[in-house]
Design a protein. Structure first.
Length: 116
């Protein structure tokens, strides 16, 4: 059975930093794209950042220059370094992973709260 285990969320003051991690285990197939989405109360889930197996990245405009996504293919782990956090970054952050075969995988979500 495939598991995505997230860690690193929490409460931080505006201007602070957090680092999220997400490890994929149990997948029979190589993981292609990995990424992070977030969902704030009353809003739709939105893409934060994505990274291909080769390291190509894309970011939501709202986080460009503040967040950095990276991955360790050997560990099937993706990271999201979040700097200069703002109250509007408050949301549940979800990790996703796309196996070469099969449906997109999702983590359970980790809460990030930024106080003003």
């Amino acid at each position: 059975q495939v598991h995505l285990v997230e860690s690193g969320g929490g409460l931080v003051q505006a201007g602070g930093s957090l680092r999220l991690s997400c490890a994929v285990s149990g997948s029979r197939f190589s993981i292609t794209v990995m990424g992070w989405y977030r969902q704030a109360p009353g809003k739709q889930r939105e893409l934060v950042a994505g990274i291909s197996r080769g390291g190509s990245t894309n970011y939501a405009d709202s986080v460009k220059g503040r967040f950095t996504i990276s991955r360790d293919n050997a560990k099937n782990t993706v990271y999201l370094q979040m700097n200069s956090l703002k109250p509007e970054d408050t949301a549940v952050y979800y990790c996703n992973a796309d196996p070469l075969v099969g449906a997109r995988l999702w983590g359970q979500g980790t809460q990030v709260t930024v106080s003003s």
